[in-house]
Each structure stands twice: as structure tokens, then as C-alpha cells.
Design a binder for this molecule. Structure first.
Ligand SMILES: Cc1ncc(COP(=O)(O)O)c(C=O)c1O
Length: 458
């Protein structure tokens, strides 16, 4: 049976009605990718209030990586709800928090001994990672990257690169944040058309006549030396694959050079794995396949498959720098969310889960690269594992971003039963955040709709 089943025009009457009320009652700030209102969700399918069934190719922005209402996660949450839902870790501790910390610490054996702090959202964990780094180094400056996205709180906004809509009108931002060029080799100065990423990403040696990783690193190091002074840098924060910025993987050699630079200068290297985590790139964390270990890793989204939970995990020497009472929050590491995270981590202990994610990634890669040959509107198909995207341009030579085309395909997709999101500094990238439990028939069913969306661009 097909997953997609549409009974009404999209959006249906009940969705329209609720959206009209939303307009009157709800702050207009939160964006909406679709005009749909959910009634039920299971696996890769969301059913709306009008009874229409959609394939969800967003996983709630990279959260429900194991699919909606994963049965093991639901059982764990229900069981916890029968015991207690809140005591606050600051008042009466509970095993779930401690066990999640233990499990996350084990993910970074090269950084052992590790410790973990739990919070609620990705932005909150980013904030706290910066606190740990500043406390541990006694320094102030933090270097973030172009295309970086780290959340909506003030420090997270300051670290985020894109002004509109994330930052416009909200200044002033916290000081001592500096920005380096991200290794986006599709748009790197002087690089024409074809070079998508450094070949060294796979085998560890740069093979281009121009080593772009070294160029990007040299630009970074020079900025840090000239504008900040290495001895003033507390932390460098980077997404191993720029997520909101356009699904741009940072090549492993570049990350290795950053690692060496941080070691040389006593700087805390933070990987923001909020979007890349929990199988999204084909490994539990992206850093595990890139062979570069950060001092701190920030996690959220897929960690609890839909319950709000985030974490900062890393070197005990850094985490221990913040003393008793220095970080925290009433809801941090909520018991229901911890129960969900433990179930998520158990699910990933089964190697077939990541193996399937990798297969999905391969199939997606093949399909998107084939589209790139066929549709001139696609400037580049790229990604890491199943975290994949296509960047749309109105002209391949000039690489002029085509945001309108991306919006048109997103709209075509939901009108025909697939929920899809755009991203990118220029809003012109179609990203695929499919549930990692999606079966191949569902993948093909959803891709057929999106392919028709691309065809409809004319
Ligand atoms: C890489 C990255 N960091 C941080 C965040 C912020 O997470 P949250 O929305 O949970 O605050 C996001 C959210 O998209 C993200 O993709």
C-alpha cells in the first residue's frame, strides 16, 4: 500500500480552519514549512487533521530519526511516566540522567575520561558548551563559521552566521565572537564548477593541485592570529556538516588541521552535532566516521527522538572547570526525555539500524546525483551518509542561488504528499532528513513526488 494518501485538497478544511486561528492567537515568529496540522504520526507517515497521509522527509527537523513514535521509545517513556515525570536533577537525582551521561561519555573513548551535562534544547547546550570552554581556559573569544547555525538564544544567535531571519532586529549580541570561512568548496573563491569537496575527505590526503583544505585552514589560522590572538581563544565551534547553512560537509583533513591547531594553542574544540547526531550521517555521531575527536560535543534533536533533551559531552577536565551550581536549569535532563534517550541508544546498539541508514544514504546519493545530471537547476548534490541535499541555482556557471525554485518544490511536495524542507544561507537548498527507518519503497515513493516537483519547474 502506498504511504501517501490524500483525501482533500491540500491543505484540507480542518487544517485551514486551525491555521486561521493560529494566525489570530499565535506569535507569528515561528516559521511554518507547510500549512498542515498533524493528528497522528507513525514511522515515516504523518496524518493530518483532514485524514491525509504524508511521507515525512524532515523528521521534525532531524529529530525523529528512528521514525515517529518508535515503539521502544514509547514503551520507555510510558514506563517512566508511571514512575515520575519530574523531580529536578537539582533536587532529587534519578538514575536515568546518570545512565544517559554514562552512555554518552562512552561515545568519545579518545577523549576519556568524559563527563556529560544535560539540558533541553540544542541552543541551550551550545550556550553551556561555551560556558565550559571559557571556564576551562580562562579566555573569552569563540570562533564560529560562516554558514553556521547554533540556535536562537543570544549566544547561539551570536554564533549563528545568517542574519535574516535569525538575527535581524535582535542586536546587540554577546561580544568576543569571531567568524571564519567554512570550507564550502562549491563556492570557494576561485573554484569553478566541478570541485565539490576535497578528495582528501575519504583517504586523508589532498590530491588537488590546490589543496582547498589547507587554504581554508590557512585563512582560519590567519584570522585567529591577526584578529584575536591565539592566546585569547577559548573555543572553536563547528558543525561537521553545516546543517541549516546548506548541508555542506566539512572535509576530514580540514577538521584534522583544526584539531591540531586547537591542541597547539590550548583551545577547546566544540563539534555542534545537534543536527548531524544520532545516525543522521550514517554513524552515531559524525565525528566517529571523520576520525576527529572534539573536546566537547553538543547533541540534541535525535538524542531523544522527539522528547526535548540536549547534552554537552566531553573531556572531564573541561566539564569539571564549572563548579557546583555553575550550570543547570529546572527541566534539564527531564526524566521522560532521559528514558527516551536510553531507548534511542539501545536501538542504535543494534548494528542493523545504522547499516540501514547507510543504505538509505547510498540510495539517496545515487538518486540525487542522477538528478544533478538531469536537471540544470541543480548546482550540486552533496552530503554525508543519509544527510543529503541538492543546491538549486538559476545558472550553473554563476551559481546564482534559486530560492524561489526551492520553495516551489517544497510546496509541490506537500501538495502531493511529501513533507520536505529547504535550508541554506541563501534558502536555495533542498535537504533530505528522512527517517532512518524509512523503507526503500517509501524512499522511492517520496523521491518520485520530488522528482515531479523538479520537473514542474519547467
Ligand atoms: C547544528 C545545530 N545547532 C543548534 C541548533 C539549535 O537547536 P534547538 O533548535 O534545539 O535549540 C540546531 C537546530 O536546528 C542545529 O541544527
Amino acid at each position: 500500500m502506498a504511504s501517501i494518501q490524500l483525501q482533500t485538497a491540500i491543505p484540507g478544511p480542518r487544517s485551514r480552519e486551525l491555521f486561521a486561528t493560529r494566525e489570530q492567537q499565535v506569535a507569528p515568529g515561528p516559521f511554518h514549512t507547510t500549512p498542515l496540522v498533524a493528528a497522528h504520526a507513525e514511522g515515516a507517515v504523518i496524518t493530518d487533521v483532514d485524514g491525509n497521509r504524508f511521507l515525512d522527509f524532515t523528521s521534525g527537523i532531524g529529530v525523529t530519526n528512528l521514525g515517529h513514535r518508535d515503539p521502544a521509545v514509547m514503551v520507555a517513556v510510558a514506563k517512566q511516566a508511571e514512575q515520575f515525570v519530574h523531580t529536578s536533577i537539582n533536587v532529587v537525582a534519578y538514575a536515568g540522567y546518570i545512565q544517559v551521561a554514562e552512555r554518552l561519555n562512552a561515545l568519545l573513548p579518545e577523549a576519556a575520561p568524559c563527563k556529560t551535562f544535560l539540558a533541553n534544547s540544542g541552543a541551550e547546550a551550545v550556550e553551556n558548551a561555551v560556558k565550559f570552554a571559557r571556564a576551562a581556559t580562562g579566555r573569552q573569544a569563540v570562533i564560529a563559521f560562516e554558514h553556521g547555525y547554533h540556535g536562537r538564544t543570544y549566544m547561539a544567535m551570536a554564533l549563528t552566521a545568517k542574519a535574516h531571519p535569525y538575527k535581524s532586529g535582535f542586536a546587540p549580541f554577546p561580544a568576543e565572537v569571531y567568524r571564519a570561512a567554512y570550507p564550502d568548496f562549491y563556492r570557494w573563491p576561485g573554484v569553478a564548477g566541478e570541485v565539490g569537496s576535497c578528495p582528501g575527505a575519504s583517504d586523508g590526503t589532498c590530491q588537488l593541485s590546490r589543496c582547498l583544505c589547507r587554504e581554508a585552514f590557512a585563512a582560519f589560522a590567519e584570522m585567529a592570529r591577526a584578529q584575536i590572538g591565539e592566546a585569547n581563544v577559548a573555543a572553536v565551534i563547528i558543525e561537521p556538516v553545516a546543517g541549516e547553512g546548506g548541508f555542506i560537509p566539512a572535509p576530514a583533513p580540514f577538521l584534522r588541521m583544526l584539531r591540531e591547531w586547537c591542541d597547539e594553542h590550548g583551545v577547546v574544540l566544540i563539534f555542534d552535532e545537534v543536527q548531524t547526531g544520532f545516525g543522521r550521517t550514517g554513524s552515531l555521531l559524525a565525528c566517529q566516521q571523520l576520525g576527529v575527536t572534539p573536546d566537547l560535543v553538543v547533541m540534541a534533536k535525535g538524542l531523544a527522538n522527539g522528547l526535548p533533551l540536549s547534552a554537552v559531552t566531553g573531556r572531564a577536565a573541561v566539564i569539571d572547570a564549572v563548579g557546583l551550581g555553575g550550570v543547570g536549569g529546572t527541566y534539564c535532563g527531564n526524566p521522560l526525555a532521559c528514558a527516551a534517550a536510553l531507548a534511542v541508544l539501545d536501538r542504535f546498539d543494534d548494528p542493523s539500524v545504522l547499516a540501514h541508514a547507510q543504505q538509505l544514504g547510498k540510495r539517496l546519493k545515487q538518486r540525487l546525483e542522477a538528478w544533478a545530471e538531469r536537471f540544470p537547476v541543480i548546482g550540486q548534490a552533496r552530503g554525508l551518509g543519509p544527510m543529503r541535499a541538492i543546491e538549486l541555482v538559476s545558472d550553473r556557471e554563476s551559481k546564482t542561488p534559486d530560492k524561489a525554485a526551492a520553495q516551489a518544490v517544497v510546496r509541490y511536495a506537500y501538495e502531493h504528499g511529501v513533507i520536505l524542507m529547504a535550508c541554506g544561507t541563501h534558502g536555495n537548498v533542498l535537504r533530505f532528513l528522512v527517517p532512518l527507518t524509512l523503507d526503500f519503497e517509501q524512499l522511492d515513493e517520496g523521491l518520485a513526488v520530488i522528482e515531479n516537483g523538479l520537473k514542474s519547474l519547467g
